[in-house]
Design a protein around this ligand. Structure first.
Ligand SMILES: [Zn+2]
Length: 487
């Protein structure tokens, strides 16, 4: 029996526009008093007329183009009819027949994931369930109702939970590069619903599919991965026990219980015909000219994959360093600010590697330990340049470089000055080192005997020399001098 997972993802992203999708209410809904950002439009009162937010429409197209999609020059909004307490109108304004952008793709782990579409819609309000004096209550906050939401729908080309996670990470990176949303899964500004089933090729040559399940309410990136793996296993076990395969009617919606780490049946899923989509009569068709689309395209910055390619070709970074720096737009900006300040083109690759090591090592460690955000750390390119020159000239060792640059993040003092003030400048003066080396040889006759039998044991004497110089001797020079004296 051969089993292949078939996974598609619907990703919802809240846009960081000032106002909501169809009214002028503020789109901010975190830490805002309930039901203060509302008006007749987003509450769906009779006679209220929606007016589309042009920035949101442009951002949706911008995101679509960044995902390799083709824009539709003409598109329109439709009503998706369903009743839900936190959707006051009884329908959601969305796009169905003509979304803003279609037919994109992302390459994840070397495999192409097709993107069916990205369309514009509005978010719902939030239900808050609580118990007061033994009574179960549901309160509704409509502040989020009408906030611009982009839905990105992939084709079912994803074949593992890990690939699904990497796909989400890539979308998150691109959104953050575009600056159109914080795309924070834990906060709910990016949400993901995987649709999952299995293709099973049985030993007797038959190919069957297990029933489709859509998983709701997964609220973390790791959760998505665990939920998909759970559901893949559950479907395989169910198939082994019942032999049930996919039919037209048996698509289900399953919830995710993050405490028990398992999915549970919520309801049989509606088909799109149940929603009775029809064009919104109060909003005219939305037309873009090719010139407008070209202008949106031109406003897209260098994207993560392009950055990685450039870091590798221009700066000679290895794949891991390039990927890690480019993964976070703020990290990449910090790095480039330093690199762009360095003018000696003959040594730029060495400087790029040196700086990458420090910001992926010392800076990342410092940020983790202090729980600071990189945007709050002052960026001093000249510190890195001075330090690079000192290390290249053998005045400062790589270990000391890491130590003093970390201290410079706290004090904003040039790391080379810190090294000088602490006596951490490396001694490369042969005469000085030879003096110490002679003492070390005199004081360690046993180690000298060992060395004569086994030259590999010189490490001990180098260690003693470094100790005697309080770490300031250049180890390469120290080794050469010891070898010379021992001969
Ligand atoms: Zn409103």
């Amino acid at each position: 029996m051969k089993v292949t997972p078939i996974i598609g993802l619907e990703v919802h992203v809240e846009l960081r526009t000032q106002s909501k999708m169809f009214c002028s209410c503020s789109a901010t809904h975190f830490h805002v008093e309930a039901n203060t950002n509302t008006c007749p439009v987003c509450l769906g009162l009779p006679g209220a007329l929606p007016v589309p937010n042009s920035t949101a429409c442009e951002w949706c197209i911008k995101l679509g183009i960044a995902l390799g999609c083709t824009p539709n020059l003409t598109s329109f909004f439709e009503r998706k009819n369903y009743f839900y307490p936190d959707l006051a109108k009884g329908y959601q304004l969305t796009q169905f027949e003509k979304p803003f952008v279609v037919n994109g793709k992302l390459v994840i782990d070397g495999q192409e994931i097709r993107i069916n579409r990205a369309h514009m819609e509005e978010d719902t309000g939030k239900s808050i369930h609580l118990t007061t004096s033994g009574q179960d209550l549901t309160l509704i906050d409509y502040n989020r109702c009408g906030v611009p939401l982009v839905e990105i729908v992939s084709e079912p080309d994803i074949t593992s939970a890990q690939m699904a996670k990497n796909y989400l990470l890539k979308i998150q990176q691109i959104i953050r590069y575009l600056g159109i949303s914080d795309a924070d899964i834990e906060k709910g500004s990016m949400r993901c619903e995987p649709t999952i089933n299995l293709k099973i090729e049985t030993d007797d040559g038959q190919t069957v599919y297990t029933p489709l399940a859509e998983i709701k309410n997964v609220a973390s990136l790791t959760g998505v991965q665990i939920a998909i793996d759970f559901e893949l296993n559950r479907q395989l076990e169910e198939f082994k026990q019942t032999g049930e395969t996919k039919s037209k009617t048996n698509k289900t919606t399953r919830g995710w219980d993050a405490d028990k780490n398992q999915t549970f049946l919520q309801r049989e899923k509606e088909g799109s015909s149940d929603y009775r989509y029809f064009p919104e009569p109060d909003i005219p068709y939305i037309n873009f000219t090719q010139a407008e689309i070209d202008a949106i395209k031109a406003s897209i910055p260098e994207l993560p994959d392009q950055k990685v390619a450039r870091y590798k070709s221009e700066l000679n970074l290895n794949d891991y360093d390039a990927q890690t720096i480019a993964a976070d737009i703020n990290f990449a900006k910090h790095y480039e600010l330093i690199i762009n300040a360095y003018t000696d083109q003959t040594k730029i690759k060495d400087f790029a590697k040196f700086t990458a090591n420090l910001i992926l090592g010392a800076l990342k460690t410092y940020l983790n330990e202090t729980q600071k955000d990189i945007v709050l750390i002052p960026c001093n390119p000249v510190f890195y340049i001075n330090l690079f020159n000192a290390v290249s000239g053998s005045e400062i060792s790589a270990t000391v470089a890491k130590q003093v640059i970390t201290e410079s993040y706290q004090t904003d003092v040039d790391p080379v000055e810190i090294a000088k003030s602490k006596g951490l400048i490396q001694v490369s003066d042969s005469g000085e080192i030879e003096k110490i080396a002679t003492e070390v040889i005199t004081n360690n006759p046993k180690a000298v005997e060992d060395y004569k039998k086994n030259p590999m044991s010189i490490g001990f004497l180098i260690g003693q020399l470094m100790k005697a110089s309080r770490g300031s001797a250049n180890p390469v020079i120290a080794k050469n001098i010891l070898e010379k004296l021992l001969k």
